[in-house]
Design a protein around this ligand. Structure first.
Ligand code: AMP
Ligand code: GLY
Length: 429
């Protein structure tokens, strides 16, 4: 099988690393890829927003299956375009991708299908006074979300009523978040631990992967600004078998069924971003693709032919009820550029990559890197995902292995959290 991966981050590197192990894989290409994916696949340097050029390349390489990593091309309809060209694609079409591309669509869908979620209302331009009235009904804090894609920056948690009104005014009457913020969701603030569950879907049925926990905040102790994710571990013990069963029944099954009934079947990775509150598990959000960095810890746990599973999904015929997993745990520590998620410098030389050996149970997934002559330099906010794989019942040991590797890698201004996975270790004791 000849597979193309679309994207250039840690998630795409992790997908290639796993697919490379599949006996059914003959050839791999990555569009556009990064210096990490280059060692596993042929990188093809074209923009992921140029859909025609992508289809041409897929034909040129005689590709059997395409896996789309990031949300933007999915929301833009790249998967439809690829399927129209007669090529199998693991990734939802534009309509189904709205579960991530439009938070208003996602929340209305959840309400219609009785999927447990935070109480909410939706407002658009012109609804400012209605929105303020709703804000006055809700206890503080309150959550305000721009409906459209906002690169992880569109969710604001306000502690004061006055502040919440200002945010709503800026979105609905000003142009914060531009078009993405012209429709907003105002919702109840939920308290609890978060966990992500991925379902690989064929439009009709799905199989789940082990639960993972991301660390969205910049600083230790879940403090500071929100980021794309500073690290992750899997499996997350907080999601017990009972909880996973509940999520399958109350979240994943109605979602896949509901989308199919709309004539917008979901083929791809359905990401349920969940929160375990005192009154049970609730769905915070959907993503229409693998999470990053969660993919970097979930994919290494798979003890099955991933290429075959993704191919079957894309073909609309998953043949198994479950995926097999290694008896292992995985921990990913993200090394970021100082200043991220705000402004940061790039072009800093990365040292120590060669001292990390896969045989020692560590893989370094590249996210924001670039080749410059013989060196690898930083080229993004999240630079590397240093991922350790260890025994399932020794998460503490896996965490130690990850940090030992992190300490061997240096670049000017490198920043990482020092408590990835600590919450799970605490909850076990
Ligand atoms: P979303 O993109 O909707 O997942 O929001 C991003 C992050 O904001 C989530 O991972 C949560 O940490 C936080 N968040 C979103 N909605 C809520 C909510 N209703 N209550 C508490 N935190 C939330
Ligand atoms: N790690 C969260 C995301 O991929 O959206």
């Amino acid at each position: 099988m000849r597979i193309a991966i679309i994207g250039s981050g840690g998630r795409e590197h992790a997908l290639l690393w796993k697919l490379k192990q599949s006996p059914s894989v003959e050839d791999l290409i990555c569009v556009p890829g990064n210096p990490g994916t280059e060692r596993l696949a042929t990188n093809v340097a074209i923009s992921i927003s140029n859909h025609q050029a992508i289809v041409d390349i897929l034909r040129q390489y005689n590709i059997d299956l395409v896996v789309i990593g990031p949300e933007a091309p999915l929301v833009d309809g790249l998967a439809d375009r690829i399927r129209e060209a007669g090529i199998r694609c693991f990734g939802p079409g534009k309509q189904a991708a709205r579960i991530e591309g439009s938070k208003a669509f996602a929340k209305e869908f959840m309400r219609r299908h009785n999927i447990p979620t935070a109480d909410f209302n939706i407002f658009t331009r012109g609804d400012f006074y209605e929105a303020v009235r709703y804000l006055d009904e809700l206890p503080m804090p309150v959550v305000i979300k721009a409906s459209g894609l906002a690169a992880g920056k569109g969710v604001l948690i306000c502690n004061e009523r006055e502040e919440a009104r200002d945010v709503v005014r800026a979105m609905l009457q000003g142009d914060t978040f531009k078009e993405a913020g012209s429709t907003i969701v105002i919702e109840e603030f939920l308290i609890g631990e978060e966990v992500s569950i991925f379902a690989l879907c064929d439009g009709n049925r799905f199989v789940t992967l082990p639960p993972a926990q991301d660390h969205k905040k910049l600083l230790d102790g879940d403090k500071g600004k929100n980021t794309g994710g500073m690290g992750a571990y899997a499996p997350a013990p907080i999601a017990t078998n009972e909880i996973i069963k509940y999520v399958k029944e109350k979240v994943l099954t109605p979602t896949v069924k509901g989308l199919k009934e709309r004539g917008e079947p979901f083929i791809g990775c359905l990401y349920a971003g969940l929160i375990l509150t005192e009154s049970g598990m609730k769905l915070l959000e959907y993503n229409c693709r693998f999470g990053d960095p969660e993919a970097q810890v979930v994919l290494p746990l798979i003890d099955d032919d991933l290429a075959e599973i993704l191919y079957e999904c894309a073909d609309g015929r998953i043949s198994r009820d479950e995926v097999n997993f290694h008896d292992a745990s995985a921990v990913c520590v993200v090394m970021a550029s100082g200043g991220y998620p705000g402004e940061y410098k790039t072009g800093k030389k990365i040292d120590g990559l060669h001292s990390i050996k896969e045989d020692d149970g560590v893989v370094v997934f590249h996210a924001g890197t670039k080749r410059e002559g013989d060196s690898i330099v930083t080229a993004g906010g999240r630079v590397l995902g240093v991922t350790a794989i260890g025994y399932k019942d020794d998460l503490e040991g896996t965490i130690r292995t990850a940090y030992r590797a992190v300490e061997k890698i240096t670049f000017d201004g490198a920043y990482y959290r020092s408590d990835i996975g600590a919450k799970a270790v605490r909850s076990w004791k």
